[in-house]
Ligand binder design. Structure first.
Ligand code: ZN
Ligand code: ZN
Length: 346
C-alpha cells in the first residue's frame, strides 16, 4: 500500500509498505481521508535521525472498517469510523478521570506529544491503518473525507472551549485568534454552542470574510491596532476568554493585552511565542487570569465534535488532494496556500 512517510528532515515521500497485519483487538481501516496539520510540518522538521523517521504520518484519520480482529465486537465491515487522536491506555488515573488526552502512560512527563497515529504509531496517510477498536468512534453517514479533520482540527478547539465552558455566557466576549485549520472550526463551534459575542482575528482578509459568514460578530485584522480595538469594543475591560490558535509572538502578546481581569486564555497554536510572568503587583497580567496550555481533546470532546458535524452545525472547509499528491499538500500548507484543511484522499 501507499504510505506518506517522513524520510528525512523536512522531506516526505509516498512509499510502498505492506498492508498492516491486525491483532485480535484491532480493526483494519480502509482510509477514506487523512488531514494534513501544521503539526505534521513541525514533526518532519525534527531532523534526519529522529525516532519518528521512517514512520507513516497522519493523525486526522477516518475511513471504513475493512477487516475485524478475532476479539473485536461492536463493529461491522463497512462501518465508518474516526480514529482517536490520543491512543490512550484507558486504565490510568487520568484516563479513568476522563482526561484521556493527558494519559500518563502514552504521554509520560517530558514527552513531546502523546502517542498518536502518525506520532509514534503508524499514521493514516496511507491506504490502510490498523487501529485498536476501542480507539475508534462512529461517524454515522459522514463522508470520511469531511470527518477526518475532526480528529484534531475540531477536537482540539472543542476541548479548549469545553475547559472554559462556564465562562461563555451570553454576555461574555470571546476573542479567537487565527482562522486556519483549527481556528475556522473553533469559530463554528463557538457560534454553534454559545451565545457569547465572538471577535475573530486573522491576518488574511479572505479568512476574515469567512469568519463574518460563519458566526463572528466582529472580524478584524490581527495587527498592531487589534488590542486597542478589542479594548474599545469591551469598554476598556477586555475579553472574557482569548483563544490563540497561532501562538506566534504577536498573537501571544495580543492575548495577554486583551484578556480581562478574572478572564481566561487558552494557548493552542504552537508558533513559538513567549510571555513572561512577574510575581508582583505591577505584573502585566491582570489579577485572576487563568491560562491553560491546552492539548488535543478527550474522547468525549471527540463525540461532541462528531455530533455537531452530523447535525450540520459545523463543517470543515476541505481542500482535497490525492494521496499521491501528498508532497504538494505539505508544500501548500507550509506556504500558507490552504484555506481550511487539506485532506489526502487515497
Ligand atoms: Zn494536528
Ligand atoms: Zn491512560
Amino acid at each position: 500500500m501507499r504510505a506518506v512517510t517522513y524520510v528525512k528532515n523536512n522531506t516526505v515521500e509516498v512509499l510502498e509498505k505492506p498492508v498492516p497485519e491486525i491483532a485480535a483487538d484491532e480493526v483494519l481501516l480502509k482510509v477514506g481521508g487523512a488531514g494534513v496539520c501544521h503539526s505534521d510540518i513541525t514533526i518532519i522538521g525534527f531532523g534526519d535521525d529522529n525516532p519518528l523517521v521512517g514512520g507513516t504520518l497522519g493523525h486526522e484519520v477516518a475511513g471504513t472498517v475493512e477487516r475485524l480482529g478475532a476479539d473485536v465486537a461492536g463493529w461491522s465491515v463497512g462501518d465508518r469510523a474516526i480514529v482517536a487522536l490520543v491512543l490512550s491506555c484507558g486504565q490510568c488515573r487520568e484516563c479513568l478521570a476522563g482526561r484521556d488526552n493527558q494519559c500518563e502512560v502514552v504521554a509520560p512527563r517530558g514527552s513531546l506529544a502523546p502517542l498518536s497515529p502518525g506520532i509514534g504509531s503508524p499514521g493514516g496517510m496511507a491506504d490502510y491503518i490498523a487501529v485498536k477498536s476501542r480507539h475508534l468512534d462512529p461517524i454515522g453517514a459522514l463522508d470520511p473525507v469531511d470527518a477526518a479533520p475532526l480528529a484534531d482540527a475540531a477536537l482540539t478547539p472543542m476541548h479548549a472551549i469545553n475547559t472554559v465552558r462556564d465562562r461563555l455566557s451570553a454576555d461574555a466576549t470571546i476573542v479567537t485568534i487565527g482562522l486556519g485549520g483549527l481556528g475556522h472550526m473553533a469559530l463554528q463551534i463557538l457560534a454553534a454552542t454559545t451565545g457569547a459575542r465572538i471577535i475573530a482575528l486573522d491576518t488574511d482578509p479572505a479568512k476574515l470574510a469567512f469568519a463574518e459568514a460563519h458566526g463572528a460578530d466582529l472580524a478584524i485584522p490581527s495587527d498592531g491596532e487589534a488590542a486597542a480595538r478589542i479594548l474599545a469594543e469591551t469598554g476598556g475591560i477586555g475579553a472574557d476568554v482569548v483563544f490563540d490558535f497561532v501562538g506566534v509572538q504577536p498573537t501571544v502578546d495580543l492575548a495577554i493585552a486583551v484578556v480581562r481581569g478574572g478572564g481566561a486564555i487558552r494557548f493552542v497554536g504552537l508558533g513559538g511565542g513567549e510571555f513572561s510572568y512577574t510575581a508582583g503587583a505591577g505584573s502585566g497580567l491582570p489579577w485572576g487570569v487563568n491560562i491553560e496550555r491546552a492539548y488535543g481533546g478527550t474522547r468525549s470532546d471527540m463525540r461532541q465534535a462528531v455530533a455537531l458535524a452530523e447535525a450540520g452545525k459545523i463543517a470543515v472547509e476541505v481542500v482535497r488532494y490525492s494521496l499521491d499528491d501528498a508532497v504538494q499538500a505539505f508544500d501548500d500548507l507550509h506556504h500558507g496556500r490552504i484555506a481550511g484543511r487539506a485532506v489526502l484522499v487515497p
